[in-house]
Design a protein around this ligand. Structure first.
Ligand code: 9WO
Length: 260
């Protein structure tokens, strides 16, 4: 499966410049520099068939807005897939980013990351001719139940979430596996963070974090993660096998809340 060291992401988009946001900044840029991944955008306008470079047309059946035509997208997808194959990705999957899918989770991001390469299709206007979707799309992915003005920001969210998990992309090799929802953090929310100064605006850093006692620090952080998850995302607390320590911390939390 993973014969390629470098992940390859191709994107079919009318707005390739938008992807400068991940190519030119932060850890996603460092990942490109270190060849952890590579990115290429394909503009369907360059694959338009007529003299006017038309890529959209009015919807059959009437109604407002425009629909992206199948053929320019088909040709752009062919070019992107051809390049993936030439770069050693055997069977690149084509991903359509759309709100008409089940929203992706951390586990879904890790599944996408198993692929050596992916081709993302970004829609604009009211959407894409359904025949192109039926014939060319392997996977439909949503980042949440809301409508954007196009698929580009969603594709960038997915790429960002994947790339930061690649080995060598984050400064600290461990911080990605420690994050919210990863197996290491056990699918709970993160604990709160503090840095200098020790007192800010009259408020001190919690004493446990200043104790130098590693076990006490870890217990405090775990308790905070449990407290937060209970308050903000009780759904994350369902159907879990709790450790003895978690049960003790949860009991402490319950006792504290009875007092208030
Ligand atoms: C427009 C619209 C207008 C009225 C009622 C429903 C509607 N749905 C859409 C729509 O889906 N427009 C899309 C805009 C067309 C294709 C690309 N667009 C898009 C992708 N918007 N939001 C996304 C997206 C992708 C992944 N996850 C969340 C949102």
């Amino acid at each position: 499966m993973n014969t390629r060291e470098t992940k390859r992401y191709d994107v079919v988009t009318l707005f390739p410049e938008m992807f400068d946001a991940i190519a030119d900044h932060g850890i996603t840029r460092r990942g490109l520099d270190e060849k952890a991944w590579e990115l290429q955008c394909w503009n369907p306008r360059e694959f338009a068939v007529n003299a006017y470079k038309t890529i959209d047309d009015r919807p059959y059946g009437g109604g407002p807005g425009m629909v992206m035509m199948a053929e320019p997208l088909n040709a752009a997808l062919d070019a992107a897939i051809k390049r993936q194959v030439a770069q050693g990705v055997a069977k690149p999957k084509v991903v359509y980013v759309t709100p008409q899918a089940k929203p992706i989770t951390d586990a879904g991001i890790r599944d996408l990351l198993k692929e050596d390469g992916l081709v993302f299709l970004c829609g604009r206007y009211e959407g894409i001719d359904e025949r192109l979707i039926q014939q060319r799309i392997d996977l439909e992915v949503s980042i949440g139940d809301y409508v954007l003005s196009g698929g580009e920001l969603a594709a960038m969210v997915l790429i960002d979430a994947m790339v930061r998990l690649l080995p060598g992309v984050l400064n600290d090799g461990n911080s990605a596996v420690e994050d919210s929802f990863s197996p290491a953090r056990d699918g709970l929310l993160d604990h709160p963070h503090y840095t200098r100064p020790e007192v800010w605006n009259g408020e001190s850093v919690p004493a446990a974090l200043m104790s130098g006692d590693h076990a006490r620090i870890e217990a405090w952080r775990r308790k905070q993660a449990l407290k937060r998850s209970l308050a903000r995302r009780p759904d994350l607390m369902q159907n879990r096998a709790w450790s003895k320590q978690d049960l003790k911390l949860l009991d402490e939390i319950q006792q504290e809340q009875k007092k208030q």
